[in-house]
Design a protein around this ligand. Structure first.
Ligand code: NBP
Length: 499
């Protein structure tokens, strides 16, 4: 009955279809900001839940609809409808359900974690009926959706203009504005969200490694870890992920002794955006070793039973010698300080990789992405929000053509200041048999990128020897090929052996 009245009056400013965790919370956020909203969901009970919450929260301007036609007709034209359903075919099905009632100039905004090419396909499909389309990354989980997410809308600029006022109000607010900006054409909004998630994988892995080293090399207790992360959150590492990590160490287990974190099975789940990021990095020939290491770590974590068996096998053959495990007489305070610095330097490398991936894709697709502006809209609302992002924003403002974040003069200085601590932590972990794939990958990335000469000359020589792939020389132009084997035989015949 609520829906019939709304349909007749067509009063809603915007519509939202898909009322699971994200949709329900974003709808309440939009309503709370004073924009009358119509909501719809395939299963009616979620509409009821949302209406119930809107009433409980003081009568927010939200109308629920059980029929897609009523839902569409209840929205003021040109209509803007956000879809927040499971990515993939549910999005196509939802579009098909709603498109029958939409009119030229109306816009569909998919807020899911969608593969960017699906968005580009849909842009082309709906344009045949005069409909506009936006693929919008939404980050911040349930809490972000309800209280202010980071929003990454890409696609129709005209459609963005129609909802700019709504997005600016519902997004998280930081010192330099709302955490939303028009990202670019096509599927750029989804692509940027995907890389955001890849960077998030990297951040979480680096934090987990810091925890591993502090706990298993330094012997820190959960209480000490909670205090350490809380302290780090007051400095250069201040961020949502560091803050929640501090909180996690303080939560007691309700079923037994100790803290809950120790009772959690060490198997990390994933939904695919990290894998897509690594696949895209490979497609575009962009090195993203820290993000790739975080993905590999999730895969290896999944092999719980195999790891338990390997633990048994290697213990039996005596791998756990004196050198491995906790160090005796370690200076905890010094270790904590070193790990903080290693984490910060590793994080710079990881963001450099994500940003370079975004730039490469932007060049390929002509998206004209503004990297500084992307860093700005990630400062609030999203999972990777951090004080540090303001520094990244400024680095790209100083030099929009910056080849790599690491060579920004400020970041370069910070990395050099931290490199001794960084090397100590990675070295200590290697010696103790504690794997730090993210920190090690970041350090190797730094050490590879900063060297004017690499051993790639030898690889080129090998390629030329077995495949006649040719090589260039450092001292003259052109492409060269050498009869390596023949010359090597000749020189061997005339030379003595090494002894
Ligand atoms: P889910 O990804 O769990 O999807 C559930 C929603 O999809 C329900 O509304 C469900 O309707 C609807 N749906 C499905 Br499943 N199949 C459908 C179909 N064939 N036709 C119509 N509707 C269908 O919801 P979520 O966790 O709220 O996430 C929504 C999107 O936001 C996803 O793309 C997700 O990746 C992304 N995201 C999630 C988070 C997060 O923290 N959860 C964060 C950022 C982005 P029903 O009620 O009728 O089954």
């Amino acid at each position: 009955m609520e829906s019939a009245a709304a349909a007749a009056a067509a009063i809603s400013r915007i519509g939202l279809a898909g009322l699971a965790v994200m949709g329900q919370n974003l709808a309440l956020n939009i309503a709370e900001k004073g924009f009358p909203i119509s909501v719809y969901n395939r299963t009616a009970s979620r509409v009821d839940d949302t209406l119930h919450r809107a009433r409980e929260e003081g009568g927010l301007p939200l109308t629920g609809h059980y029929d897609p036609r009523d839902f569409v007709l209840s929205i003021r034209r040109p209509r803007s409808i956000i879809i927040l359903v499971k990515a993939g075919s549910p999005v196509d099905q939802t579009i098909a359900t709603l498109a029958r009632f939409l009119e030229p100039g109306d816009c569909i905004i998919d807020g899911g974690n969608e593969w960017y090419e699906n968005t580009e396909r849909r842009i082309a499909e709906v344009s045949a009926s005069g409909l506009l389309y936006i693929g919008m990354g939404v980050s911040g989980g349930e809490d972000g959706a309800r209280n202010g997410p980071s929003l990454m809308p890409g696609g129709s600029f005209q459609a963005y203009g129609n909802i700019q006022d709504v997005l600016a109000k519902v997004a998280a607010q930081v010192d330099d504005g709302p955490c939303v900006t028009y990202i670019g054409e096509g599927g750029s909004g989804n692509f940027v969200k995907m890389v955001h998630n890849g960077i998030e994988y990297g951040d979480m892995q680096l934090i987990a490694e810091a925890y591993d080293v502090l706990k298993n090399v330094g012997g820190l207790s959960n209480a000490e870890l909670a205090a350490t992360f809380a302290d780090w959150n007051r400095g250069e590492l201040e961020s949502f992920l560091i803050e929640i990590t501090a909180d996690i160490f303080g939560v007691r287990d309700e079923f037994g002794e100790g803290e809950l974190v120790d009772k959690i099975l060490d198997k990390t789940g994933m939904k695919g955006t990290g894998k897509w990021t690594v696949q895209q990095a490979a497609e575009l020939s962009i090195a993203a070793p820290t993000i790739a290491a975080s993905l590999d770590s999730r895969y290896l974590s999944g092999l719980k039973e195999e790891r338990e068996e390997a633990d048994r096998v290697f213990k039996e053959v005596g791998v756990l010698g004196e050198a491995l495990g906790r160090k005796r007489g370690i200076d905890k305070k010094a270790l904590v300080d070193d790990v903080r610095q290693a984490l910060y330097a590793s994080k710079i490398c990881s963001y450099a990789q994500g940003m370079n991936l975004l730039r490469a894709k932007s060049t390929e697709k002509g998206w004209n992405l503004n990297l500084g502006e992307l860093a700005r809209i990630w400062k609030g609302g999203c999972i990777i929000r951090a004080v540090f992002l303001d520094r990244i924003k400024k680095a790209y403002e100083r030099n929009p053509r910056l080849a790599n974040l690491m060579v920004d003069p400020e970041f370069a200085r910070e990395m050099v200041q931290r490199q001794a601590a960084w090397r100590r932590v990675v070295g200590l972990a290697i010696e103790a048999g504690i794997s730090t794939p993210g920190m090690s990958a970041s350090l190797a990335y730094f050490d590879t990128y900063r060297r004017a000469r690499l051993p790639a000359n030898l690889v080129q020589a090998q390629r030329d020897l077995f495949g006649a792939h040719t090589y260039e020389r450092v001292d003259r132009p052109g492409s060269f090929h050498t009869e390596w084997t023949k010359l090597a035989r000749e020189s061997k015949a005339g030379a003595g052996s090494l002894n």
